[in-house]
Design a protein around this ligand. Structure first.
Ligand SMILES: [Zn+2]
Length: 58
């Protein structure tokens, strides 16, 4: 698993990540899985479904 640099709470399961300004990062589409989160393989951002946060999981 990639090092988590940042947590981002989202309200939908399909996310487009373009990364930060530094470093190569193609536009990738990520899908939040049944566990409620997904990390970007390029920049390590962790996208967490907001409803999971409300449930106290994240
Ligand atoms: Zn990314």
């Amino acid at each position: 698993m990639a090092i988590v640099k940042r947590k981002i709470f989202v309200d939908q399961t399909k996310i487009a990540c373009v990364g930060d300004k530094k470093g190569p990062h193609p536009k990738v589409y990520l899908k939040v899985g049944p566990r409620g989160f997904v990390s970007c393989p390029y920049c390590g951002k962790l996208y967490i479904l907001a409803e999971k946060k409300a449930a106290g999981i994240a």
